[in-house]
Design a protein around this ligand. Structure first.
Ligand code: UD1
Length: 417
């Protein structure tokens, strides 16, 4: 297992480029199960989760090749089984359920297990597909789904779920008649998926709003499609500029999609400016100020940026209150940040952060993807050496993170634990 060893206390300065979005690329790859012609994806990040998805797609009968950020998919003769060995390493594997039912009327997909950031059930995915005519059984830890041709339906989600909306959108594009998804999630990655499906011949309206209407079509072709930039990686770099008191030009930084994050960073005392070459990020003055933040579905503040913002709050003057509104157990970075000298008091789904003058390097343990990013940020700002252990989480979602950060001045090495 690898760890990152970070010599902290250096300001980051220069240009840093954002890769393609992991959370947009995963549903796009699974959507190729629906296609009858080849598709090419560009700007695909070189990440562990992407390679897991490609492996799963090959098992499902969809030949996929990855080369330098480009994925070529050939039309597949889908096979219905997604084995536990892959699903357990990546929950997003459940996104093959909708496309498999739509294309071949059957699916056997391992039930994703409990997850470090909460129970994360898939009941909304299943309930929606049942309304479209699918029948499900649970057998030996697998979801067994069957249907004749899926039929359009009116589906109202109990909560805006990103994966649920994506799965139902993919199920609906080949269904008979109209499907209406109400209380749909509005995340930009869903818009990216809808735009791709439309480019392949699907009929979708309202994506990006909470009501999506889909008119089923009989077949989908293929196309070439560029994955959107990763708004969470971009946000992590903006925080890196603030926490190290540096000056970064973040290239390919989505501006509108990061608005909720940018507003909070500005309120904390960062200067963030859109330029033709990218987004400039630095502190406006010497110090940062605490702010309160609640994570919410898009366009609210993203839960996937909560841990990183908390690292910045640790070094801001005054207090900050963080309320986690999406997942019930997403404060695993708190004890680790505390080991580095942070003053954080969690209470249920909230945490009170009191700013401290400095953090100290320490051995810390990464527990999930975004918690890992928060520890790397803290390590960049800390005095001394931080060892971030179990970084396989980080490798699931950040492309070449130590290379990118070292290129703007960080001192990070990858070592065997
Ligand atoms: C996606 C993102 C993840 C992000 C999350 C919230 C991907 C691959 N992952 O995860 O990085 O943190 O959105 O922005 O895109 N829920 C149910 N039943 C369901 C589905 C969801 O109760 O059937 C609940 C979840 O437990 C959670 C909330 O709804 O509390 C939101 O989850 P959801 O939006 O579905 O997250 P994911 O799609 O798993």
């Amino acid at each position: 297992m690898d760890k990152l060893v970070i010599e902290g206390g250096v300001s980051l300065n220069g240009r840093i480029a954002v890769s393609g979005s992991k959370n947009a690329a995963l549903p796009l790859l699974f959507a190729s199960i629906l296609l009858e012609e080849p598709a090419t994806f560009t700007n695909v990040p070189n990440l562990r989760d992407i390679h897991t998805a490609l492996k799963l797609l090959r098992i499902l009968g969809c030949p996929a090749e990855y080369e330098s950020g480009v994925v070529h998919m050939r039309p597949c003769g889908p096979k219905p089984e997604a084995p536990y060995e892959l699903v357990k390493t990546m929950r997003a594997s459940v996104l093959c359920l909708g496309p498999l039912l739509a294309r071949i009327g059957q699916a056997r997909v391992a039930l994703p297990g409990g997850c470090a950031i909460g129970a994360r059930p898939v009941d909304q995915h299943l309930k929606g597909m049942e309304k479209m005519g699918a029948r499900f059984n649970l057998e030996d830890g697998y979801i067994l789904g069957r249907c004749d041709k899926l039929a359009g339906a009116h589906i109202s989600f109990d909560m805006p779920t990103v994966g649920g909306t994506e799965n139902l959108l993919m199920a609906a594009v080949l269904a008979d008649g109209e499907t209406v998804l109400e209380n749909a999630a509005r995340e930009p990655e869903i818009t990216d998926l809808a735009e791709f499906l439309i480019a392949c011949g699907a009929r979708i309206e309202g994506h990006g709003s909470s009501i999506i209407r889909v008119q089923g079509v009989s077949r989908l072709g293929g196309c070439t499609y560029a994955v959107m930039p990763d708004r969470i990686e971009a946000g992590t770099f903006l925080v890196a500029a603030g926490i190290t008191n540096g000056n970064l030009l973040v290239q390919h930084c989505p501006w509108q999609e990061l608005e909720a994050v940018i507003v909070k960073l500005q309120a904390m005392g960062m200067h963030i400016e859109k330029t033709p070459e990218g987004v400039l990020a630095r502190r406006s003055g010497d110090t940062l100020r605490g702010v309160d933040v609640q994570t919410r579905p898009y366009p609210g503040f993203p839960t996937d940026m909560q841990a990183q913002l908390m690292a910045l709050m640790c070094l801001a003057e005054g207090s900050s209150v963080v309320e986690e509104g999406i997942f019930e157990n997403r404060f695993m970075h708190v004890p680790e940040l505390t080991r580095m000298g942070a003053d954080i008091k969690p209470a249920g789904r909230s945490a009170m952060v009191r700013g401290v003058r400095g953090l100290n390097g320490a051995p810390v343990m990464a527990s999930d993807l975004r918690a890992s990013a928060s520890l790397v940020l803290a390590g960049l700002a800390a005095k001394g050496t931080t060892h971030v252990q179990r970084i396989y989480h980080l490798d699931r979602g950040y492309e070449a993170i130590e290379n990118k950060l070292n290129a703007v001045g960080a001192r990070i090495r990858r070592e065997k634990e």
